[in-house]
Structure formats: structure tokens, C-alpha cells
Design a protein around this ligand. Structure first.
Ligand SMILES: Nc1ncnc2c1ncn2[C@@H]1O[C@H](COP(=O)(O)OP(=O)(O)OP(=O)(O)O)[C@@H](O)[C@H]1O
Length: 261
């Protein structure tokens, strides 16, 4: 099955009157893994939140299309139903809703009435994925992320990814707070998703993650724009040399979004 295409064109985003994204261009096709790197505060998480429709982020220009459909016209839940998924940098806790119920209702929200996932099939699939992610089965019955450690929350985000099978996923610093073994387990889960029908945008600060998940393309964000794109070798160079060479190459003095280019 051919995958979906997420097309971001000249995206401008403001938060509380401050211009954060200043013209982001990025296209992710099904089957492709893209990594976005960049110094702190350059707008990477803002890009993720804007794609998913966080109300705080005001789109002041540009467009986002999923298979030609205008994502900016969709409500947040419609974006998820259309096949977009965000693993948040800081996953939220929801008291009173078990992990298992949350997953099942999320899956069913993408299905037609009468075509809900069979309970036994759901449990079997969840158990299998939890085994894969080396998660304690008790976590299925705990309230969503409540009291989960940082690493457990990240595994749980990947459990959601594996269960929901979105068309396009954005993983925001999925590697932060993971110990070395957990990093391998989480990467294995993400790699298992590799398929022509699945596209992925991985926001990360570290080449380390990209040793396990080889990206097709690597992009650097500075000052609210994608300023450089390349292959996996770009991430390796950033790890070795930092960002100064890009700033010099492009004549950028301050990489954050607070300064004009
Ligand atoms: N909800 C918000 N309210 C006010 N300012 C915000 C908000 N969200 C983001 N910003 C500001 O927007 C800028 C970009 O933040 P963003 O989190 O997108 O950067 P980032 O590249 O993901 O950084 P990091 O690598 O540190 O996670 C920062 O200056 C940040 O303070």
C-alpha cells in the first residue's frame, strides 16, 4: 500500500504574539524517516505542536496538507483520525483513564461505527507489543502515564504508535531520558513500523538515536526554519562539530528564534 504524504509549505507560527516558525518547508512521504535536529529553542517542538493543532500555536502563514487535504482546516481529533500521530516530548498524564481503555478508544476513533476492534484481538496485539517493548503488563491497567517514570512514558508513547499505526508520526525527543537498554528497545519498536505506508519525523538532539534508526533525510532547524538538509552523514557531522559551521556557512549570529536571520 502506498503511503501518505505530509507537505508543509512556508509555515509561519506565532505563540503569544512571538513569531516562532518563519517559513518551514518539509515533505514527508510514506516509507521515509526524517530526522530534525537543531539547537535548543529553534522551533522543533513548535513545528510538532502546530502540525497536531495545539490551540496555543497560531498559524500566521503557509500550509500543511496530508494527501492534499488541508490539515489546518481540521480539528485536533480529526488530525489524529486522518492518520497523524505525535509522541510528545513530555507525555501528559490522564488520571481516571486506563492505558488500555485509552488505546482502545483511540484505535476505535479511527474506525467506522460497527467496525470497532475486537477485544480479544486488541488484548493479544497489546500484549505482543508490550512484550516487544519489554513493558510490565500491569501498565495496561494503570492510569495513562500516571506515575510512569520518564523512560516508561516514552515506551508507552511507542506502544501507542505501534497500536494506532498512523500514516505519519512525529516523535519529539523520544530518546530523552532513556537509558541505553531502553533506547535500543524503543528504537526496535520504531524500526518495526518501517513500511511503505508509514512516514516518520524524528526530532532529536543526538546522533546516538540515529545509530539505531537510520534516517533517510536529516534536517537542521535554526531561527524557525529548516536551514540545511542532507543524509545521515549530516547528523554525524553535527555530532562531531556542533552547529557553528552551519551558522558560519549561512551567516547566522544567533540560532534561536528570538533573533532575525
Ligand atoms: N507555549 C509557549 N509559550 C511561550 N513561548 C513558547 C511556547 N512554546 C514555545 N515557546 C517558545 O518558542 C521557542 C521555540 O520553542 P520550541 O520548544 O519549539 O524549541 P525547540 O527547538 O523544540 O527547543 P528544545 O530543543 O529546547 O526542545 C522558544 O523560545 C520557546 O520559549
Amino acid at each position: 500500500m502506498a503511503g501518505s504524504t505530509l507537505e508543509i509549505k512556508d509555515l509561519h507560527v506565532e505563540i503569544e504574539g512571538k513569531q516562532i516558525l518563519k517559513g518551514v518547508n518539509l515533505t514527508i512521504n510514506g516509507g521515509e524517516f526524517h530526522a530534525v535536529m537543531g539547537p535548543n529553542g529553534t522551533g522543533k517542538s513548535t513545528l510538532a505542536s502546530a502540525i497536531m493543532g495545539h490551540p496555543k500555536y497560531e498559524i500566521t502563514g503557509g500550509s500543511i496538507h496530508l494527501d492534499g487535504k488541508d490539515v489546518l482546516e481540521m480539528e485536533v481529533d480529526e488530525r489524529a483520525q486522518a492518520g497523524l500521530f505525535l509522541a510528545m516530548q513530555y507525555p501528559s498524564e490522564i488520571s481516571g483513564v486506563t492505558n488500555s481503555d485509552f488505546l482502545r478508544s483511540s484505535i476505535n476513533s479511527r474506525r467506522e461505527e460497527g467496525d470497532e476492534i475486537n477485544l480479544m484481538k486488541f488484548i493479544k496485539e497489546m500484549d505482543g507489543n508490550m512484550d516487544e517493548l519489554e513493558m510490565d503488563k500491569n501498565m495496561a491497567q494503570r492510569y495513562l502515564n500516571e506515575g510512569f517514570s520518564g523512560g516508561e512514558k516514552k515506551r508507552n508513547e511507542i506502544l501507542q504508535l505501534m497500536m494506532l499505526k498512523p500514516e505519519i508520526a512525529i516523535l519529539d525527543e523520544i530518546d530523552s531520558g532513556l537509558d541505553i537498554d531502553a533506547l535500543k528497545v524503543v528504537s526496535k519498536g520504531i524500526n518495526k513500523m518501517r513500511d511503505e505506508a508509514f512516514g516518520c519525523l524524528i526530532i532529536t538532539h543526538y546522533q546516538r538515536l540515529l545509530d539505531y534508526i537510520t534516517p533517510d533525510k536529516v534536517h537542521v532547524m535554526m531561527q524557525g526554519r529548516v536551514v540545511k538538509s542532507g543524509g545521515p552523514e549530516l547528523a554525524k557531522r553535527l555530532e562531531e562539530e556542533g552547529y557553528d559551521w552551519i551558522k558560519q556557512e549561512l551567516g547566522i549570529e544567533d540560532e534561536t528564534v528570538g533573533q532575525e536571520a
